[in-house]
Design a protein around this ligand. Structure first.
Ligand code: FES
Length: 220
């Protein structure tokens, strides 16, 4: 067996670039410090907060998070790249997860995935040019008895057929669930400063009890 060498030169972050994280995002991350014994332990909430604000966790944001948490940027990258939850490139407002596990495959999941790719004009891990949808495949979505399944943000679509895809995509509420959103990643009341200086394209960070997510219930 021969090892294949892959050129993995990491892009360099421009040290002179303007900060990517707004003061509101930084304040929200800092507000979690009191909940944990160390700043390092705030890494996962910080990544959620950054992705919720920017739509992804680019390299520069990883460096800025590392500075805030007083850890090495490679520690941030290790964690961000371990979880498929975090995106280092643009993620659509709605994430479609097509199940690729056995029950769904047997029940026609591949045809559903192909129809999704055809209708959206993207491949796996792609994002539509309008930023509306991203598409990935995932292992079992815990709906095997309703195979084949799709998850759009947190809404599970059951027994999906290729001919259902157009209707599902046309439904503006195809990601809406009848469950209250979690406030797990909301900052404690009064902990977040104003959002002045937020980078363009960033979502507003929720203030006291507010909701700047897409209503899916989970940041990112
Ligand atoms: S195999 Fe698809 S939901 Fe379980």
């Amino acid at each position: 067996m021969a090892w294949k060498t892959i050129d993995r030169i990491t892009p360099v972050v421009d040290k002179d670039a303007a900060p990517l994280l707004s003061e509101a995002v930084r304040a929200k991350i800092r507000s979690f410090f009191e909940r944990y014994e160390s700043k390092r332990a705030v890494l996962l909430p910080a990544l959620h907060i950054v992705q919720d604000a920017l739509g992804s966790v680019p390299l520069q944001a990883m460096v800025e998070v590392a500075e805030l948490l007083e850890i090495h940027p490679s520690d941030v990258m290790d964690t961000a790249s371990f979880y498929t939850q975090f995106w280092t490139h643009n993620k659509g407002a709605k994430l479609i997860m097509a199940c690729r596990s056995l029950s769904c495959e047997v029940m026609g999941g591949n045809a559903v995935l192909e129809e999704l790719k055809r209708r959206l004009g993207i491949d796996e891990h792609g994002t539509t040019p309008d930023g509306k949808y991203s598409l990935v495949t995932e292992e079992c979505l815990a709906g095997c008895d309703h195979a084949p399944c799709l998850l759009i943000n947190e809404k599970l679509h059951k027994r999906v057929k290729p001919e259902d895809i157009a209707k599902i995509l046309a439904d503006a509420e195809n990601d809406q669930i009848d469950v209250e959103r979690s406030d797990l990643f909301d900052a404690p009341a009064g902990a977040v400063a104003g959002s002045a200086g937020a980078p363009s394209g960033a979502k507003e960070v929720p203030q006291e009890g507010g909701d700047a997510t897409d209503g899916s219930g989970t940041p990112g």
